[in-house]
Design a protein. Structure first.
Ligand SMILES: [Mn+2]
Ligand SMILES: [Mn+2]
Ligand SMILES: [Zn+2]
Ligand SMILES: [Zn+2]
Lengths: 137, 137
DNA sequence: TATTTATAGATAATATTTTTCTACAAAGAA
DNA sequence: TTCTTTGTAGAAAAATATTATCTATAAATA
């Protein structure tokens, strides 16, 4: 979090309270929130902060390589402060998005180069199923 | 294409020229067009057709199981008349979306169940890279 | 023929995200 | 400290993709 100030300074960006709070919140959660969810979560502490600030900030954080964007097929984006490429799973019943821990699929990139003439750089992998909580009900 | 008429009749849906043309176009192409691209492609033959009709028709086709929706991370959806679950690759330079032929990743669903408590039903897998044409330039 | 039903197209509405504008505050220079 | 520059928050408007509403029409049905 200290190198955060350094990184912002390097890019001539200001580490404002709003930016700091949004990044800290994303770092603290595994819920993969949308812009709206970030906005609601920080509203108690930042009642004057606008949704546009959330959007502008996550965009800044993405450009800095501090956050990645997930597109699980909803009508909005979700954000993740874990910038390593890792797979996610979406509960099709309640909508929650979880990490799949310890599962590594990086070998898929080179594997798939046998089936295409593309130069493959990365991939996005989303699983869909029913979460433990929804399996009960 | 004959069972198409039967299927529509079963569901009390009318196989209108617009619907037929949209489905036929999707069947004929491997370009994974967006609604806008479908609209533009059919405009010469259907100059009065509205974009709303394209949206309503692809939705209908999806409900019938004749078309699937792709979300490669752009600001819009793309559509595919190949409804089998198959992986795609996106050129990050020119934006084209191609099938990855013959590569099967269905085993991933059960494989990933070892790493999560979810009941896994399906997945979406998108690769990103540079297409042969863009590698040249 | 008369009537019902589905739908194309026009238009308005919705939702998400981006842009514009302005006042302000932090940082830097004098 | 004062002056000046620069970056940004927030408000509001705009842009974009998609969906819903409404009506005339044409096909299907009675
Ligand atoms: Mn994650
Ligand atoms: Mn395809
Ligand atoms: Zn659930
Ligand atoms: Zn390309």
């Amino acid at each position: 979090m200290d190198n955060l100030a350094t990184l912002f300074k390097e890019k001539n960006l200001k580490l404002t309270p709003q930016r700091y709070a949004i990044y800290k919140f994303l770092k603290s959660t595994k819920s993969h929130p949308s812009a709206e969810m970030i906005y609601e979560a920080l509203r108690p502490d930042f009642p004057t902060m606008s949704l546009a600030t959330v959007y502008k900030t996550v965009k800044t954080l993405i450009e800095l390589g501090l956050v990645q964007e997930l597109n699980v097929g909803e009508d909005n984006f979700r954000f993740d402060a874990n910038v390593a490429n890792h797979p996610h799973i979406v509960c099709t019943k309640c909508g929650r998005v979880d990490d799949i821990e310890d599962a590594v699929f990086e070998h898929l990139n080179s594997e798939v180069e046998n089936y295409t003439n593309y130069k493959v750089n990365t991939h996005k992998l989303y699983f869909y199923g029913i979460c433990p909580k929804c399996q009960g009900s």
